[in-house]
Structure formats: C-alpha cells, structure tokens
Design a protein around this ligand. Structure first.
Ligand SMILES: Cc1cc2nc3c(=O)[nH]c(=O)nc-3n(C[C@H](O)[C@H](O)[C@H](O)COP(=O)(O)OP(=O)(O)OC[C@H]3O[C@@H](n4cnc5c(N)ncnc54)[C@H](O)[C@@H]3O)c2cc1C
Length: 299
C-alpha cells in the first residue's frame, strides 16, 4: 500500500499551489481532482498577475503541467467521496471505490455558487453576469451596470459598483431600504429599482438588459450579484472541521497557517477564506505547504 506524504483533495488554484510548494520540499503528494473549478464559466480571468485576461482553463492547464513535472506529484482524476483516518494515516476513497493513502490532508475543494432562479441569468454567469468587480469590471468600460439584490451582502456590493459605471440597484423584494439607506444610495448616484426582476435578456451571448415584472426594460452591459455560496462536497463536514459564518456564507475555520480544527487537516482557497480570488487561493496553498513542511522539520 503506497502512502504519500500528503493528500490534496482539489487540484485547482489552491490545491496545485499547495502541491508545487510541497513537491519542491521533496514531499510526495497525491492531488485528487474532479476537474470543475469555480471559474469554469468565465472566458477570461482578470487581476491575476502575469496571466491577466487569460482563459482560466488555460492557466490551470499550464499550472498543472508545471506541477506534474515534479516526480513527487501523482494526479488522481476522480471525485473523492469519503475520508477516514487521522493525522499520519488518512485514506481518501474515490467514487469508483479506489483509495489513496497519505500522512497529511489538505482540502482545496472550493465552493459552489447557487444563483437566483431568474430566467436567462445562468447562461450569462461568468462574463456579463458576475459577482466580483475586481475580476470583471474594467471590461464593461463604464457602461450601465446593475446589482441584483440577493440578501444583505448586496448592500455592500451596490455601494462599490458605481466605481465601475452608472448603477441600478434591483431590490427584487430581497432588501427593504430605510429612508437613510435610500438617501445614501441616491447620494452615490445609484438608481433604486423596486419592481421585481422578471428575466435577463441577452444579445450575441452577452447581457443586454434586465426585464422587469411590469414589462419595462433596463439596458445594461453588466449585472452583479452575490450568489449563495455552499461548500463543494461534504468532506470537511464529515471530518468534523469547525466552520465559521461570513456575510457570503459558511467557510471552514482555519488559522493563519491554514490549519483546520482537525489535527493534520489543512484547508485552502475559497472554502476557507473570504474574499475570494485566484491570487488568494494560490497564496493559501503556499502557506499551508510551508506550515506542513515546518511541522515536519520542527516535529
Ligand atoms: C464566474 C467566476 C469568475 C471568476 N473570475 C475570477 C477572476 O477573473 N479572477 C480571480 O482572481 N478570481 C476569479 N474568480 C474566483 C476564483 O474562481 C476562485 O477564487 C478560485 O477558483 C478558487 O480556487 P480554489 O482552488 O480554492 O477552488 P476552485 O477553483 O473552485 O477548485 C476546486 C477544485 O476542487 C475540485 N473538487 C471539489 N470537490 C472535490 C472532490 N470531492 N474530489 C475531487 N476534487 C474535488 C473541483 O473539481 C475543482 O477542480 C471567479 C469566480 C467565479 C465564480
């Protein structure tokens, strides 16, 4: 039974970064990946130094090839369905019943976005319907933007989006504004729209407008929303990791060194932090790997 020094579940930005740093410290690692990174809906990834504007799948493919060049790294292209064991002897089981074994465990399984069930919205998710102006904002070139309320976190989003273009805030029955709140948005130049959203309309594959329940059409080039965020899979829950609530949803609780509450288990990337970005996920992986190496050296 071959045991790796460390098992990494999730082989996207955070998981690959963890693997790279561990391999360079001559740790053997198995990276188990189901191949569904969160930003697979976007055609371009922005605000990533050295890769700005590149297709996210292309960035991952190049990164994975670089990591795969290390003989210490083994890739398992599969979905992990369960984990058992404890520090020093973890076993991860795949959907097909196969297993891998390792002394340490890093979870890098990311989060899944749940979008509001508005007709036309899901098809545009990733480029012109989006959550993060730092990732996708500059490209809208100051054109008319919208914020679709999904809950209290949308208030912060609606305050910041005018930086990127004239903004309409669609309350859609999800938020009630006080008089002061309304005045604050008006002072920021935000147009408040109370009529519920009926659908989202596209032209040539990009957002064209939001259609309101009363038939009016608001022309837009970009629509922002805060999706409901949930863990991808349930490995962290089943391991007994502690969680913490954030305005964006529940994340795994970790220390600065990315250790979870379960000995020998680390968590990195979107599943264990806010805010989210490729750069943060990569940094988390480096951090966790250095913590693991430090543990091994210091005992
Ligand atoms: C639409 C969209 C656009 C974005 N654009 C940008 C951008 O332009 N710039 C930017 O910096 N950030 C962007 N982001 C954020 C960025 O995608 C995330 O911060 C980043 O992907 C987080 O990396 P991660 O490795 O933590 O998780 P992910 O990239 O989500 O990867 C998780 C990996 O784990 C795998 N996995 C999950 N469960 C299992 C399992 N049980 N077994 C095996 N494998 C498993 C998944 O298949 C996946 O490969 C965007 C996000 C979205 C939603």
């Amino acid at each position: 039974m071959d045991a790796h020094d460390v098992l990494i579940v999730g082989g996207s930005f955070a998981g690959l970064s963890t693997a790279l740093t561990l391999a360079r410290a001559r740790f053997t690692v198995a990276v188990i990946d189901a191949g569904a990174p969160r930003n697979r809906f976007a055609s371009a990834s922005h605000n990533v130094l050295g890769s700005d504007g590149e297709n996210p799948a292309a960035i991952l493919e190049r990164s994975r090839a670089q990591v795969a060049a290390y003989r210490e790294v083994t890739f398992v292209n599969a979905e992990a369905v369960s984990v058992r064991g404890a520090r020093g002897a973890f076993t991860v089981e795949m959907a097909d019943g196969s297993t891998v074994h390792g002394g340490g465990l890093v979870l890098a399984t990311g989060v899944t976005d749940v979008l509001p069930p508005i007709p036309g919205l899901e098809a545009l998710w990733g480029d012109s319907v989006i959550h993060c102006p730092f990732c996708h904002g500059y490209e809208f070139d100051g054109g008319p933007l919208g914020v679709l309320a999904t809950g209290p976190a949308s208030l912060g989003q609606a305050r910041v989006i005018p930086r990127w273009g004239p903004t309409t805030f669609f309350l859609d029955g999800k938020i009630e504004l006080s008089d002061d709140g309304r005045r604050d948005f008006v002072a920021r130049g935000v147009t408040i729209e109370e009529t519920p959203v009926h659908s989202v309309e596209a032209e040539d594959g990009a957002l064209a407008a939001v259609r309101l329940a009363d038939g009016r059409r608001v022309a837009l080039v970009g629509l922002y929303l805060v999706p409901q965020m949930r863990m991808t899979g349930g490995l962290a829950e089943r391991l007994g990791c502690a969680f913490t609530d954030t305005p964006l949803g529940r994340i795994v609780q970790v220390g600065a060194d990315k250790r979870t509450s379960v000995p020998g288990v680390f968590a990195v990337g979107d599943m264990a932090r806010v805010p989210h970005s490729v750069t943060f996920a990569v940094a988390d992986g480096t951090f966790a790997a250095m913590s693991i190496v430090h543990d091994a050296v210091m005992g």
